[in-house]
Write a protein that binds this ligand. Structure first.
Ligand code: MN
Length: 479
């Protein structure tokens, strides 16, 4: 396994710290020794699989090491100090971040709560790599979910769909998003999933010959131009088809664009040359041409889209793009590889090598940039402008203004709880009522029947809700 992992990373990071990588692998296999997953495999297989998934995004060595070690704090006897001594602060912080996410249990199915949960996560997790590791972890758990008891499967699938797939979407890792969606779809609505899958297969079988015919024609025409290219038949995810059926209130048979072809080539110029070949050799569907190369989408997606009519009557959407554009379409901004150029003494040509550091900076920049999309703008606004997110021991996330105190929290849980608030436990420690909360804390209210609000409480709270409730109590009890 370690050799396979090294080989994969070497392709994009030839001068990586492979000693550290191997050390992490050995440390993890040792710590998880004798632990078996529900699949019956040794636990280290899971750690390895998560690391391998992350190489798809060409992540740096510390991220891959953290992936190998990601379950160590939770599932073994190894403690933080030991990790820090062995692997340093950076890797330890990543592992701690992943462990911390696991602690925020999410039992609530409300959409608004899910949104709060994600916002809190982004606020708590300073390093984007933590979220990406967690996504890869979830992807592998979903791939092996069939080995768990059915109730558990359903709970995890539901959580994946409400919490994690939106992250994959925002990060633009569409390949993972599509897979996560189909894996959860199969569990949450097995009947519908099978129905669509079956129809899809029937339709594919009847279309395969037609598609192959068009592919062959297309290949011949482009071949005569001596341009480098490859053709991919477009995989559509089943959940995406299902969503489209619901959105447009259509049956499966009415969904037209199930089939597409991608022509992938080396340069932008060749994209346009291929386009003109397609246009001159085939009949085109009117108004079907969109040039996302000249005008990229907001998420930096680039491709030429056009729809052609084969002489066998089949309608096929054709997407033309370069290899770089293709990677970006599959892995989004996370695939916007950064390269640094260096010069070899003997060579006058610059050598391009993958620059993991600025690659990550870039991902972070996009995640944090205000105009990348509405969601992120919203988070930024909420996070920067005085919002904090704390959680109850049961995982309910409560949004409070910055400066909110333990007593505000009690009132936010419930006004009756506020009235009887004796103290609050924050992350396990009892704090005073005027203690100022920060995002990410877990708070538990301690109540006692004979406790009553006093005038002094008005100086402690900052939320209007708590203030008015205390006033109301004081007013009614004056009489
Ligand atoms: Mn795990």
């Amino acid at each position: 396994m370690i050799e396979e992992l090294k080989k994969t990373i070497q392709e994009y990071l030839p001068d990586g710290d492979f000693f550290l990588l191997e050390k992490s692998f050995n440390f993890a296999s040792h710590a998880h020794f004798c632990q078996i997953r529900a699949t019956g495999e040794p636990y280290i297989n899971h750690c390895y699989a998560v690391a391998m998934i992350l190489t798809e995004l060409r992540l740096d060595i510390p991220t891959i090491c953290a992936a190998l070690l990601h379950d160590i704090l939770e599932d073994t006897l190894v403690v933080r100090e030991e990790l820090k001594d062995e692997f340093g602060e950076e890797i330890t912080l990543l592992i701690e971040g992943v462990t911390k996410i696991n602690k925020y249990k999410f039992d609530n199915q409300e959409v608004a709560q899910a949104e709060n949960w994600r916002k809190m996560l982004l606020a708590v997790v300073k390093d984007t790599r933590v979220i990406i590791i967690k996504l890869a972890d979830r992807l592998h758990n979903m791939r092996t979910i069939k080995f768990l008891p059915p109730e558990k499967q359903e709970k995890i699938a539901q959580e994946t769909l409400t919490l994690y797939t939106p992250f994959a979407h925002r990060l633009g890792i569409y390949k993972w998003k599509g897979e996560l969606e189909d894996l959860t779809f199969e569990i949450l609505d097995t009947e519908k999933y099978n129905e669509i899958k079956e129809q899809w297969q029937v339709r594919t079988e009847s279309s395969v010959k037609n598609l192959e015919y068009i592919e062959k024609q297309l290949t011949e025409k482009i071949n005569s131009s001596k341009i480098n290219f490859r053709i991919l038949a477009r995989p559509k995810n089943l959940y995406g088809i299902y969503m489209k059926m619901q959105r447009q209130e259509k049956s499966f048979s009415e969904i037209q664009d199930l089939f597409g072809m991608r022509v992938i080539t080396d340069t932008e110029e060749h994209c346009y040359q291929i386009l003109s070949i397609v246009q001159s050799e085939f009949e085109m569907v009117e108004n079907s041409f969109t040039d996302y190369i000249a005008v990229p989408k907001n998420n930096m997606y680039q491709s030429i889209h056009t729809t052609m009519l084969g002489d066998n009557g089949m309608i096929v959407e054709v997407q033309i793009r370069t290899e770089d554009m293709h990677k970006r379409a599959e892995y989004g901004i996370a695939a916007h590889w950064r390269y640094k150029e260096s010069f070899d003494k003997k060579n006058t040509e610059p050598i391009k090598s993958f620059d993991a550091e600025s690659h990550l900076e870039f991902i972070k920049h996009i995640l944090e940039s205000k105009d990348s999309d509405e969601f992120l703008t919203a988070i930024k606004t909420e996070c920067n402008f005085e919002q904090i997110y704390v959680s109850t021991p049961k995982g309910r996330i409560i949004k409070l203004p910055e400066g909110a105190t333990a007593l505000d929290f009690a009132y936010a849980v419930h006004s009756d709880i506020g009235d009887m608030c004796m103290g609050v436990k924050v992350d396990g420690k009892i704090v005073s009522l005027d203690y100022k909360l920060t995002t990410g804390q877990t708070c538990e209210v301690l109540t006692r029947k004979n406790i009553k609000p006093t005038e002094h409480w008005l100086d402690i709270v900052v939320t209007p809700q708590a203030r008015s409730r205390i006033r109301k109590y004081l007013r009614e009890n004056k009489k």
